[in-house]
Design a protein around this ligand. Structure first.
Ligand SMILES: C[S@@+](CC[C@H](N)C(=O)[O-])C[C@H]1O[C@@H](n2cnc3c(N)ncnc32)[C@H](O)[C@@H]1O
Length: 387
């Protein structure tokens, strides 16, 4: 392939038409590389349940026959979203029963961008079980809710007004709606020359990323405030950082700003791509500080903050043999590929993308021990109720 071959690039394609985690059930698929997210989610269940305890119960006289509606935004494909929906419905059912109310029927909406592998997700769904709610709950291995997929960006309206009781979103809101235009514009002071991520970038680049994050979060809150029923609540978890400096992106910085960055530089140095080709790629992720997040929620004003905190998540690398450098570096490459592979494929084509992730894996091998210790994620956890 010629250096900087532009035939595979899709620079003008809207991110929301393209972005998804790696689908299917292969080695680099999200379904097989999301055990870390599952563990981090498990450690926050008590916070999710606290949020659910705030949701108003619908009395059968006030809302006869209406379903209780739950949404997972940025569900991706894999078991994590199914597990989360089960936790929510079981908890709400218990709340109804202990209040002496008959549980309503439940609807669960699995929502993500249109390229998401909904087929794999739907195949993982247990069958709907039983004719009554009691039968559903008694039948293990069955689900007790009606399921539907909703394709679209969570930065816009996805549901009818006042229709949703609980919104949940985990590990998704750090994905921006786009790479800020100025970051890819050579004439701009925010041009992120030589880099593929905000980590270690200039103050101007960092400000452009922060502004994009805050604009996106504001659009997200506006849409949800219209869609949520009175008495509804929302539980959000996304990548966060402890540093006030946005160019220090913590775990995300280590993931995308070091060996991933070096692998792009390798391709340039080996003459496989031009430096312009590299610089026209940026990861549209922003790990927010508590302050960045809070400012937006307060400015929007539609939600009461029940809880807003930074929570230590842990490592995204799940390995069976922590002393095995090859396993650790492969886990890093697969983790990176499962979340960013689709974007890299679209930018430089499958063949060069394969080369890039091979280099990433090779580079990581001599830093395996350090990666296992230092690659730690922090999350922003927000519990919000309609004001
Ligand atoms: C890391 S996955 C999280 C999956 C799942 N929630 C979990 O807990 O394992 C992030 C998901 O967010 C989705 N996403 C990113 N931007 C989005 C947007 N604007 N609208 C809807 N989904 C989006 C991605 O497509 C991806 O599936």
């Amino acid at each position: 392939m010629a250096k900087g071959d532009s035939t595979v690039a899709v620079p003008n394609m809207k991110l929301e038409k393209l972005l998804c985690m790696k689908g299917g059930k292969g080695d680099a698929s999200y379904a097989n590389n999301s055990q870390a997210q599952a563990m981090h989610a498990r450690s926050m269940i008590h916070l999710l349940e606290e949020t659910l305890d705030r949701v108003h119960l619908m009395g059968s006289s006030s809302s006869p026959g209406l379903p209780f509606q739950v949404v997972d935004l940025g569900c991706s494909s894999g078991n994590n979203t199914i597990h989360t929906i089960e936790v929510i419905i079981k908890h709400m059912t218990k709340r109804y029963e202990s209040s002496g109310l008959e549980p309503p029927e439940f609807s669960a909406f699995f929502s993500d961008l249109p390229s998401n592998d909904f087929n794999t997700l739907f195949q993982l769904l247990p069958p709907y079980g039983g004719r009554s709610m009691e039968q559903c709950l008694a039948a293990t291995g069955h689900r007790s809710y009606f399921a539907a997929g909703v394709p679209g960006s969570f930065y816009r309206r996805l549901f009818p007004a006042r229709s949703i009781d609980v919104f949940h979103s985990a590990f998704s809101l750090h994905w921006l709606s786009q790479v800020p235009e100025s970051v890819l514009d050579k004439r701009s002071a925010a041009y992120n020359e030589g880099r593929v991520f905000i980590h270690g970038a200039s103050e101007e680049t960092a400000n452009a990323y922060r502004k994009q994050f805050q604009t996106d979060l504001a659009a997200f809150l506006k849409a949800r405030s219209q869609e949520m029923k009175t008495g509804g609540s929302m539980f959000l978890v996304c990548l966060g950082r402890t540093s006030v400096d946005p160019t220090d992106q913590g775990g995300a910085g280590l993931l995308f700003g070091t060996h991933f960055q070096d692998a792009w530089d390798d391709l340039v140095q080996e003459g496989l791509i031009t430096d312009e080709k590299r610089d026209s790629f940026n990861i549209p992720v922003y790990a927010s500080s508590l302050q960045d997040f809070k400012e937006v929620v307060e400015a929007d004003g539609s939600f009461v903050i029940n809880k807003l905190q930074v929570f230590k998540g842990g490592s995204p690398l799940v390995v069976n043999h922590p002393e095995d450098a090859a396993e650790i570096s492969q886990s890093l490459a697969n983790t990176c590929r499962s979340v960013a592979g689709v974007l890299v494929d679209a930018h430089i084509g499958d063949r060069l993308s394969h080369e890039l992730f091979l280099r990433l894996e090779r580079r990581a091998i001599s830093h395996a021990k350090e990666l296992l210790e230092k690659l730690q994620f922090f999350h922003i956890v927000a519990s919000l109720s309609l004001a």
